[in-house]
Structures are given as structure tokens and as C-alpha cells.
Design a protein around this ligand. Structure first.
Ligand code: MOS
Length: 764
């Protein structure tokens, strides 16, 4: 089934925030952000701005009726700065005017005096100064200290990944409308309608039931609107609260890039120990997460880095420690993979380093250490692994031996053009790591004409979740999908939603829809049985008709529904789902946090122009564990998008802050994201259908985040191509591997300078 939004998308009829017709009297907002990264506010002068024609009012923290606090995990984030500023762009005031242009112009007339304080942008400096968001955490398995002694080879090094701009096509924004009795309706481009509602209630000092957050769809989220959509919505609501007028704020692209956080950059140390036969015996990693100025979601992102620090491998002795480091940058946040990719990059770097020094392809080490059924993760859960199946299937169906031979031949025949290949196995845990978030609700109405309306807590952001919700209802009722509509995500219809995140949205909300529909079916069966004068147990709904004892009857879905209504049977259901069997004890860092894992292997090949340092990805060939996909078109779209986004993070997207904490890569002219020319010439996706039971909706495994991590293979394929040209090159494990870095490496005499000295030890 095609994505249900495809028709309105191509016709330009899909409704986003900016497509909502404006009410008469709507005012427009613009935030005034701090021009300095760190300092004390000495004086704020609004007078010139306030005098401007069309400026209605300028709000500061003094106008907040409730608490000036929007921190999600740690209460460390004011809505508007009070005495200090902590990053460039930190909102200090909110101008409301009769037009967006006037509001922006007014922000330029605001004057602020700031007494500067020391600016930290480097997470390692933050750690040295003990500027930590939360205490460090350590995951342990076995005993690394004694395992080093048994290791034949030990390698140490540093691996770094930069941030990543979400670059959702629709920027952040909100539109708030006053209703009677001080209710406010909020249209917000958010992945977390309840987060908006909850924090807004705190800031405005009113109960949540006065705040109706409504989301039709987002033009992309990627994690950037999981927590960070809240701020803009509350600014608008604050103005609506005081002025009793509709207020809209939809950010300019450069404003969005400057004021919002990105994927957390990491700087990490690794140490890996291998046996003579290439088994990884020990792995130690220390992660320094650049959290930015406040906690935001960083502590949760940090946790997922630890959960995925050994990627798809079994390592018997692990010690992984993670520091969330406070810097004077916008708070970094969720981004597809949520810390997992950052953790995986480090162990892939460790393996590559070992392979370099042992003179073997990394794939030999990777393959030997893939997770097997029953292997224990450092956090205590046992693997139900498809890692080997995916890898073996990829090797066979993509004829890897032949591919390798072709690459060798190409490399021996071409002097200035080299090819590289890398494997990237993945293992990604599905569930929110915060256990309580693994719940969802759905409201299903069957109308008297047989049409069906479905509401859930899922937010459609292009990932096709509404299509899957519709499929669940249409499948359970066994009616034509055209009879089902999925309605907006609305906090008055579905309360206390978890954000659409963690790849879990279709599972959690889909299961709730399934429960609701099944309940209604169970109410309809006796009605059908009575009409047909048979017993309930032989009744079945199939293809729009009632079937009795395996035989189609003349009783249609519509007739049945209407009969039930006449008999005063409830045709609506509100259902609740909570993932069973999961739990985690953070006091010992052990448990069973994930409903299941998603596995896969990608083989990435690249051709490198060794004169220019530019490159083209020939192919990404994947075998991916889908369980049993319920929508191959939607899932393929997620795969392709995730892979290209991952390649972007690994190769071209370079976020640059200067020492003053100012974003220099602040526009699309200075920040390169993948375009159509960056897409690999070939993306092959083989759907590994695994028959094992799992907790996914219709056994169709989550697909939102996992494919991004295949992009990590791009870094290592490029690295291998560089080494094919210049065997003495030792490109630092520092992503993104931009064409400049590639070029420097191609012609480096020795190791390219890495950010910190790399120690190499071969154990005697
Ligand atoms: Mo997603 S990175 O879990 O919002």
C-alpha cells in the first residue's frame, strides 16, 4: 500500500503549519536570541524596539505567569533567559507584532549588555572542568582489567563524530489560538504534542486540560522536534495568554539553524583487545558527549550510546563510560539513532584500527564477533540475534568475493581512481530506554455508515506512520482501506502521548489500534450471530462481509455496523497498550530494556577520485531484518532515506562553531547536506523475512532509525579507498570524512594529525 499522504503531497495539498488559514487578528512573533555564548546580562534595552510601529508587545521572563522552566529531563532550561546567557541564540525576549517582518525588524533594535564569561565548546574541556549535565554512567560486562592480560593484541585510539543539523524541510514553528475560558489551541510542528502541552502548562501556570495541541503532520522531524519544538509553541502561547490573540511564529531557516540543537557530537577514547584468532576479548570506551548548554534529551541520548557501544558484536568483557558535557552551544538533542550511531562509530573505529595494524580487512574481525543467539549485551539482555543470518545472506546474495576481486582488479589497473569496500553490520534496540514511555493509546470510532476514524498519539512526519495505523484498522476490520481515515494527533483526543520517536511509534500506537479494533470486533460478532442465527464462535469479518463458519454471507460490514448501532452497541473504543516484559535497573545498569532488536548488514562501495579527493558511492547493498514487513514501500523509503542521511553525517555534513560559540555553518551555502547527486548509484535492499515471533506490530519490525547506521559504512569504505591509494595514510577516525580531509589523507606522508595523540600498543 502506498503512503496515504502521497496523493496530497504531490498535489501540494498536504497541510503543514504554514498552510493553516490564519484567523483575523493574528499576530506574529520573533525571538531575540543572545548574541553572546556565555555571560551575565547587565542590561536589556527594549525601548527602541517597543517604539516601532506595529510592535504590540515584547515579552521577557518577567511576563511568565508560571515557572520559567522547560527542561524535559533535568529542570535546567529557562524558556527565556533571566540573569545569564549560555549560548548564542538563547532566547531572551519575544517580540509580537502585526507582521513577521516587523517582529524580526524589532528584534534587531533590542540592545543587550553582557558581561562575558568563559566559553566552552569542547566536551573534553568541559569534563576537565567538571561541567557535567548528569553524573557519568558506566556499563560493565565481565572484567576488562583481567581480559587485557589475555589479549594477544591491544589497540587504543580516539574516535570523533561531529553533530548533524536536522534540516527538516519544515522549520520549527507554532500557531496558538485563544479559545473561551482561557483555553488555548496550539498548532505545533512537534514530535511530542504532550511535551508541548505539559511544559506549556508549567510555564503558564494553568492545567493541561486547557491546552489542546493539534498536529496534522510535520515536514520532517528526525528527532529535532522531539523536545525542541516546545520552546516556540510556549513563546506563542505566552503571548496568546496575555493578549488573547492568535500568535504565529515560524522560524526562518538560518534562525532555526542558529537557535536549535543538533545531533550530539562525541569525542571518545577506545581500547580493544583481541585474541590470536581475532575474537574481541575486551573493549573499553570513554564517551565525551557534547551536550550543549542544557540537558534537553542528552542524558537519554548518552544512555543509548552505552546500550549500543558494542553494536552487533558479542564482547565478553566491556567497560563503557559516558560523560554528558556541558558546553556553551545550543542544547544538542535527539537525532535519528539517538546516540546509538555515535556509540557504534567508536567500536567500528577500534575494529578498523586493529585491522589496519594486523594487515587484514576489518570484515574478518567483524564477522568473527557477530552476536549469536543467547549472547549477553553489556546491559544484561540476551540477544535473539539475526546478525549472522543478515551477514551470511549479504555475502552470498551480493557475491562479495566476486565484488572484492573486481575492486582489487580495478585498483591495480587504475592509478588515480580507487575503490573501497566496507561492511556495516547493525543491531539496534527497539523501545524507549525510559521504560514508562513505552505506552500508547488509540481511539477508534466506527460511524454508522461503516466508515472508521482512528486517532492515536503517533505524529506523522513523513515516515508513513499514519499509513501503518490505517492498515492496522483496515486489516483487523477486514475492510477496504478507503473506509478508514486517520485523524490529527490531538491531546484532547489522545492524552499523555509519548513523543513519536525511538522508532517505536508504529509499534506502540499500532498495538493500541489493534486492541481497540479487536474489542469492537468482539462486540460486533454477537450482533452478526443473532442476525444469522448462528453462534458467535463461527463469525468472522472478511473483505467487507460477515463470514459464517468459513462461508461468505450477504451481511455486509455496513449493515452489521448499522444493526449494532440500532441495538445500542458501543461502536467506539479507546485502547491502551504498554510493552510487556521490559525493564531496566539503572542502579546496576542491567535489565531487559528492549522489546526486540533490529539487525542487518550493509556493504558499501565507493569510487574515489584521487586527484581531487571527491568520491561517488557505487552501491549500498543491504540485508535487513524486517521481521515480516507490513508495508514494503514505506519501509523501503525509510531505508533509503536513512542510508543517505547516514552517509551525509559521515561524509559531508560539517557543523562548525568558532571558539566564541558562533555557528559558522549557519546556512545551506555553508552546510552541505546530501542531494540527489550524493545518493549512491545503487541502493539494494533485501528484506530478510524472519519468522520468529516479536513484539512489533504485525511482526513488522521498526524501521525508523536503524538504517541511518548503515551510513557509517560509508566512512570506512572511503577510508579503505584512501589506503588503497596511499597505504601509509592513517586517516583519523574523525567524521565527517569531507573531501578536504580525504584529499589531505591521500597525500599524507604519515598519519594525518588527529585531534589527540593516538597510542598504539601491540601486546607482547
Ligand atoms: Mo528520535 S532521535 O528517537 O526523536
Amino acid at each position: 500500500m502506498k503512503n496515504i499522504d502521497s496523493y496530497t503531497h504531490v498535489r501540494g495539498e498536504s497541510i503543514y503549519l504554514d498552510d493553516i488559514p490564519l484567523q483575523q487578528g493574528t499576530l506574529f512573533g520573533a525571538a531575540f536570541g543572545s548574541p553572546h555564548a556565555h555571560g551575565k546580562i547587565l542590561h536589556l534595552d527594549l525601548s527602541a524596539a517597543e517604539k516601532m510601529e506595529g510592535v504590540v508587545r515584547i515579552f521577557t521572563h518577567k511576563d511568565i505567569p508560571g515557572r520559567n522552566q522547560i527542561g524535559g529531563i533535568v529542570p535546567d532550561e529557562p524558556l527565556l533567559a533571566e540573569d545569564e546567557v549560555h549560548f548564542v541564540g538563547m532566547p531572551v525576549a519575544f517580540v509580537v507584532a502585526t507582521s513577521a517582518d516587523i517582529a524580526y525588524a524589532a528584534t534587531k533594535k533590542i540592545k543587550i549588555d553582557i558581561d562575558p564569561l568563559h566559553i566552552i565548546t569542547d566536551p573534553r574541556e568541559a569534563r576537565e572542568k567538571n561541567e557535567l549535565i548528569v553524573p557519568p554512567r558506566t556499563f560493565r560486562l565481565g572484567d576488562v582489567d583481567s581480559a587485557w592480560a589475555q589479549s594477544e593484541y591491544i589497540f587504543e585510539g580516539i574516535a570523533e563524530t561531529n553533530g548533524q543539523e536536522h534540516l527538516y524541510i519544515e522549520t520549527q514553528g507554532a500557531y496558538t489560538i485563544p479559545l473561551e475560558n482561557n483555553f488555548i489551541k496550539i498548532y505545533s510542528s512537534t514530535q511530542g504534542p504532550t511535551a508541548v502541552q505539559r511544559h506549556m502548562a508549567v510555564v503558564l501556570g494553568i492545567p493541561m486540560h486547557q491546552l489542546e495541541v493539534d498536529v496534522t503532520r510535520l515536514g520532517g522531524g528526525f528527532g529535532g522536534k522531539e523536545d525542541q519544538a516546545t520552546l516556540w509553541a510556549i513563546l506563542c502561547a505566552l503571548a496568546t495568554f496575555h493578549l488573547k490573540k492568535p500568535v504565529k511564529y515560524s522560524l526562518h531557516r538560518m534562525e532555526d539553524m542558529m537557535m536549535t540543537g543538533k545531533r550530539n557530537p562525541y569525542s571518545s577514547d577506545f581500547k580493544i583487545g583481541l585474541s590470536k584468532d581475532l575474537k574481541i576479548l575486551a573493549y573499553e570506551a570513554t564517551f565525551h558527549q557534547n551536550a550543549g548548554a542544557t540537558a534537553d534529551l542528552s542524558p537519554a541520548v548518552l544512555e543509548r550510546t552505552l546500550f549500543h557501544c558494542t553494536n552487533s558484536y558479542f564482547v565478553p568483557n566491556v567497560k563503557a563510560t559516558a560523560y554528558s558535557c556541558r558546553t556553551n552551544l545550543p542544547s544538542n538533542t535527539a537525532f535519528r539513532g539517538f546516540g546509538g550511531p555515535q556509540g557504534m562509530f567508536v567500536i567500528e573505529s577500534a575494529i578498523a584500527k586493529a585491522a589496519d595494524h594486523l594487515g587484514i580487512p576489518a570484515s574478518e574481525i567483524q564477522q568473527k564477533n557477530l552476536l549469536r543467539n543467547g549472547d549477553e549485551f553489556p546491559y544484561g539482555q540476551k540477544a535473539e540475534s539475526e546478525a549472522n543470518e543478515c551477514w551470511q545472506e549479504a555475502v552470498e546474495m551480493y557475491e562479495v568475493e566476486k565484488l572484492k576481486a573486481e575492486i582489487e582488479k580495478f585498483n591495480s589497473e587504475n592509478k588515480l581512481s580507487k575503490k573501497g569496500l566496507a561492511f556495516m553490520p547493525i543491531c539496534f534496540g527497539i523501545s524507549f530506554t525510559k521504560i514508562l514511555m513505552n505506552q500508547a493509546r488509540a481511539l477508534v470510532h466506527v460511524y454508522t455508515d461503516g466508515s472508521v476514524g482512528v486517532s492515536t498519539g503517533a505524529v506523522e512526519m513523513g515516515q508513513g506512520v499514519n499509513t501503518k495505523m490505517l492498515q492496522v484498522a483496515a486489516t483487523i476490520f477486514s475492510i477496504d482501506p478507503s473506509k478508514v481515515k486517520v485523524h490529527t494527533t490531538n491531546t484532547f483526543r489522545i492524552s499523555n502521548t509519548s513523543p513519536s520517536a525511538a522508532s517505536s511509534t508504529a509499534d506502540l500506537n499500532g498495538k493500541a489500534v489493534q486492541i481497540a479494533c479487536n474489542t469492537i470486533v468482539e462486540r460486533l460478532k454477537p450482533v452478526a450471530a443473532e442476525i444469522l442465527k448462528v453462534s458467535d464462535s463461527v463469525i468472522e469479518l472478511r473483505d467487507g462481509f460477515v463470514w459464517s463458519d468459513g462461508t461468505k454471507t450477504d451481511l455486509t460490514w455496513e449493515q452489521l455496523v448499522l444493526s449494532a448501532y440500532i441495538k445500542r452497541i458501543n461502536l467506539s473504543e479507546h485502547a491502551h497498550y504498554a510493552t510487556p516484559g521490559i525493564g531496566f535497573d539503572a542502579s546496576v545498569e542491567k535489565g531487559h530494556p528492549f522489546a526486540y532488536h533490529v539487525y542487518g548488514t550493509a556493504i558499501t562501495t565507493v569510487t574515489l577520485d584521487c586527484l581531487r579527493g571527491i568520491y561517488e558511492f557505487d552501491a549500498v547493498k543491504v540485508v535487513h531484518d524486517f521481521g515480516t514487513t507490513m508495508n514494503p514501500i514505506v519501509d523501503r523509503g525509510q531505508m533509503e532515506g536513512g542510508i543517505v542521511q547516514g552517509i551525509g553525517w559521515m561524509t559531508m555534513e560539517e557543523i562548525i562553531y568558532d571558539k566564541e560559540g558562533r555557528l559558522r555553518s549557519n546556512a545551506l551555502s555553508t552546510y552541505k547536506v546530501p542531494d540527489i547527486y550524493s545518493v549512491p548509484k545503487e541502493i539494494d535492499i533485501h528484506f530478510l523475512e524472519t519468522k520468529n515471533d516479536n513484539l512489533a506490530i504485525f511482526r513488522s519490525k521498526a524501521v525508523g532509525e536503524p538504517p541511518l547506521m548503515y551510513g557509517i559504512g560509508a566512512f570506512f569504505a572511503l577510508r579503505n579507498a584512501i589506503k588503497a591509494f596511499n597505504p601509509s595514510a592513517d586517516p583519523a577516525f574523525s567524521a565527517p570524512m569531507t573531501p578536504e580531509k580525504v584529499l589531505m589523507s591521500l597525500y599524507s606522508k604519515t598519519a594525518t594529525p588527529s585531534p589527540k595523540p593516538q597510542l598504539i600498543k601491540e601486546h607482547e
